[in-house]
Ligand binder design. Structure first.
Ligand code: ASP
Ligand code: MG
Length: 412
């Protein structure tokens, strides 16, 4: 029997009606003679609500207890969905991440899956159940403490389970129709992609496309699990994320991200070991660095800028301050009023002039570029927060991502 993994996000299980609707969809898949593993997120915004609750009782909640709290969200939706399936006449069994054998490292709040022990899930399937697994969580086998995988982590749970159990497909059900050439709230004429490669999806997700967690795409790429991102509200096909695509699109899409801050250290001595010391210090404080730009040195000193998640901006400043002093650097400035816009497409590798067109399009829209970083298939620019929507629209219009979908005729 084919095995399907289906993941339902928070909006898809936000209330009892929606949970019943998900149950009917799962039941249909089961009756069509598939084995089904379902991964659920917490209902609606309940993870955010739990986080707020924690901060009402503590200004600095211990990471272990935070994970105890947050894993409860997924536990609620898994049990409710199991009950709804029973009402549909479909046997179902819900399991926590730990019960489903999802082992992780010890980093609370951002744990990585290290191993999946499949016995209980397999036994559940063999007995004819739909097996429902709580997303976003696992257990550290050393401390036996529960862990969470980072925001949006249910996607990683789903893809990892699909890989461990040899599923034929991992379906990610969400509140949009798939992956778009840009955020449709910013670019109304954005189109749904039929397919996107793992590499491109990884760049889009890292660039801020919220539809899939970047880490889940990494897992999909590593184990070659095809991921189908689709709407839980309609039956239409969504977007396939898979190894390679037939289309020769130069540009696949534009992503943007308003969740980062820019830190600049002015006047650092231009000598070996300075960047090493700085980024070792930041790594020691577990700060996630994204872009890094260092100026050409002049008169023995230089400036270094980097971006970090806004939520870590204060911690980054705290970590870097002593070193800035020790190095005799001139100043350390953190700017949260920035945003990043990224153009992604595998075809840009072999197509000269894409970067020039990016900069021209932004210039024509009077948008100043503050930082630039590139990969073989991506060009990212940091701009003022207030101009990011304009930047996304300018790039989308310039490249009009040449994607072929059924909707092309209808939408333009
Ligand atoms: N409930 C968690 C979150 O809101 C995990 C997820 O939705 O995937 O981040
Ligand atoms: Mg989510």
């Amino acid at each position: 029997m084919p095995l399907v993994v289906q993941k339902y996000g928070g909006t898809s299980v936000a209330d009892p009606d929606r949970i019943r609707r998900v149950a009917r969809r799962v039941a249909r898949t089961r009756r069509a003679r598939n084995d089904v593993i379902v991964v659920v997120s917490a209902m609606g915004s309940s993870t955010d609500d739990l986080i707020s609750l924690a901060h009402e009782v503590s200004s600095d909640p211990p990471a272990r207890e935070m994970d105890m709290l947050l894993t409860a969200g997924e536990r609620i939706s898994m049990a409710l969905l199991a009950m709804a399936l029973h009402s549909e006449g479909v046997p179902a069994l819900s399991l926590t991440g730990s019960q489903a054998g999802i082992l992780t490292d010890a980093s609370h709040g951002e744990a990585k899956i290290t191993e999946i022990r499949g016995t209980r899930v397999r036994e559940g399937l063999e007995k004819g159940n739909v097996v429902i697994v709580a997303g976003f969580q696992g257990v550290d086998p050393t401390s036996k403490d529960v862990t969470t995988l980072g925001r949006g982590g249910s996607d990683a749970t789903a893809v990892a389970l699909a890989s461990a159990h040899g599923a034929d497909v991992c379906e990610i059900y969400t509140d949009v129709m798939g992956v778009y050439t840009a955020d449709p709230r910013v670019v109304p004429e954005a189109r749904r992609l039929e397919t996107v490669s793992f590499d491109e999806m990884l760049e889009l997700a890292a660039g801020g496309a919220g539809v899939l967690m970047a880490r889940s795409v990494e897992v999909g790429r590593r184990f070659n699990v095809p991921i189908h991102v689709r709407s839980s509200f309609v039956e239409d096909e969504g977007t396939w994320v898979k190894e390679s695509t037939m289309e020769e699109a130069i540009i696949r899409g534009v992503a943007h991200d308003t969740s980062e801050a820019k830190a600049t250290i002015w006047g650092v001595p231009d000598r070996p070991g300075v960047a090493a010391a700085l980024f070792e210090t930041l790594a020691g404080a577990r700060i996630n660095i994204d872009m890094i730009v260092q100026n050409v040195g002049q008169d023995g000193s230089t400036d270094i800028s980097f971006t970090v998640p806004q939520s870590q901006a204060r911690a980054a400043r705290r970590a870097a301050a002593p070193l800035v002093k020790e190095l005799g650097a001139r100043d350390l400035a953190v700017d949260t009023d920035i945003a990043k816009v990224s153009l992604v497409g595998a075809g840009m590798k072999s197509s000269p002039g894409v970067a020039a067109r990016v900069f021209r399009a932004l210039a024509d829209a009077s948008i100043n570029i503050e930082m630039i970083s590139t990969s073989p298939i991506r060009i990212s620019c940091v701009v003022r927060r207030g101009s990011v929507d304009g930047a996304v629209r300018a790039l989308h219009a310039e490249f009009d991502p040449p994607v072929i979908t059924e909707e092309v005729g209808a939408n333009g």
